[in-house]
Ligand binder design. Structure first.
Ligand code: ATP
Ligand code: MG
Ligand code: MG
Ligand code: MG
Length: 412
């Protein structure tokens, strides 16, 4: 029953009017659940831009644009982990208390552990981390040989922690994504984690909740928590003065030694064919925290600026306002979206057309600035010239360029 004479073999275009992105672009602060709590830039911008929706304290709906961004981030992490020999698995979040009692962490974790009972009255917790689970898993394999080591197992799953003060949106949730890798080794080499038992990865920024001391003279840095208080001079070079700054803890690696492997009897057969307890390490990355931290550090007060690799969409094309004297350029905008997708396979599914043409270009530009597409292409008056010229706003560098189609292809 298609009445069109044109064959339309094209893929459907991504239209802004159809994206489920319940933005709160103008009414931020009027939401009673949020006004007192809206405390940092990434949280405010992610709420404004329709990236997250607050559900209960420390729990958020990840709206579709955030899921796109998370999937890109997960892809990068998978590549890196698998590049060093990591194998991905997925362990249950619902963890039996028995394991946690065996490691004595059932009591040690205190109120941070989310606890629940099943219908038979057995105790469970929602996993805040998985040392117990992964160690008991590896212990089940009676035939693990030294030839199979190091064994690197990792997962990217939701973790649950009853944080005393969930705040700053995805930066400190009660339910969040973590990449946790666990290594099982023959011998421990603490050299690559600085020769210490644990190593934190901190992103310096003022909203960070961790206080760091950095040496003005050498490369030494430490979390205040790990130094005896009152330390004013660098314990490494002995001369530099320590300067305080703040950071967001985005990753944390630990040398676990035989702490868990001896309790759960995770052994391997050594070259003499005798059972030997494995050495362990764990390597945690706060995946959802990294996403929010990137926004926190890179964005302006007015709009999100993404690391290009994890921007939900790469390009937004703006056709002219309906009824304006250059309305005819609208078709050029559609053609541009289609041809960019054809020329650049990696951009397919990455280009949105802001078809809300009842709105002025200016209003749509403002929204695009909040959402932070790396490239915004305005198809306006200059597009009707010969040859057509497009206004390209590179949001990461705050540059505006006027480019021909070829110039645009070169840029992209
Ligand atoms: P914090 O000091 O911020 O409470 P932590 O030291 O308790 O973090 P780890 O047990 O080291 O956290 O977990 C590994 C990583 O998981 C952290 O480096 C961080 O990036 C992330 N993470 C921890 N707690 C949260 C949380 N509540 N929300 C989001 N990410 C978190
Ligand atoms: Mg903590
Ligand atoms: Mg910490
Ligand atoms: Mg930590």
């Amino acid at each position: 029953t298609c009445t069109s004479t044109k064959t339309t073999s094209r893929k459907p275009r991504l239209l802004v009017s159809r994206l489920y992105q319940p933005s709160n672009l103008r009414d931020v602060g009027q939401d009673s659940r949020l006004s007192g709590e809206m405390t940092c830039k990434s949280q405010r911008l992610m709420h404004q831009a329709g990236l997250i929706h607050p559900f209960s304290p420390g729990c958020y709906v990840y709206l579709p644009a955030t899921v796109r961004s998370m999937e890109k981030l997960v892809r990068v992490i998978d590549q890196e982990m698998q590049g060093i020999g990591g194998q991905k698995l997925d362990m249950p979040s619902l963890c039996s208390a028995d394991l946690w009692r065996t490691s004595e962490r059932w009591d040690l974790m205190g109120k941070e552990l989310f606890r629940l009972k099943d219908r038979h009255g057995a105790d469970y917790c929602l996993g805040p981390t998985h040392e117990e689970a992964v160690t008991t898993l590896v212990a089940h394999q009676a035939t693990l040989s030294y030839r199979q080591l190091p064994l690197l197992l990792y997962q990217i799953t939701r973790k649950f922690r009853d944080e005393p003060k969930p705040k700053f949106g995805l930066l400190r949730g009660r339910e969040f994504y973590m990449k946790d890798m666990y290594s099982f080794d023959v011998q421990a080499d603490t050299g690559n984690i600085g020769g210490t038992l644990s190593h934190e990865f901190q992103l310096p920024t003022d909203v960070g909740e961790d206080r760091l001391l950095l040496c003005g003279n050498c490369s030494f840095s430490a979390n205040v928590e790990t130094l005896s208080s009152g330390t004013t001079h660098c314990p490494q070079c002995k001369t530099g003065a320590l300067v305080e700054s703040k950071g967001i803890e985005v990753g944390h690696t630990f040398y676990l030694g035989k702490k868990y492997s001896s309790i759960f009897k995770a052994t391997f057969s050594n070259p003499q064919n005798k059972p030997s307890v494995t050495e362990m390490g764990c390597y945690g990355l706060g995946v959802s925290r990294i996403l929010a931290a990137a926004i926190e550090v890179l964005s302006t007060d007015e709009g999100i600026r993404w690391p290009g690799l994890i921007a939900p969409y790469q390009i937004c094309v703006l056709p002219p306002k309906k009824g304006s004297k250059i309305e005819g350029a609208a078709v050029l905008a559609e053609e541009l979206v289609d041809s960019l997708g054809e020329d650049f396979p990696h951009l397919r599914g990455e280009i949105v057309l802001d078809d809300r043409t009842q709105m002025t270009i200016g209003k749509r530009l403002k929204d695009a600035s909040i959402l932070g597409y790396p490239y915004v292409i305005v198809v306006g008056e200059a597009a009707l010239q010969n040859p057509p010229t497009f206004e390209v706003i590179c949001q990461q560098t705050a540059e505006t360029l006027f480019l021909s189609k070829d110039g645009l292809l070169d840029l992209l």
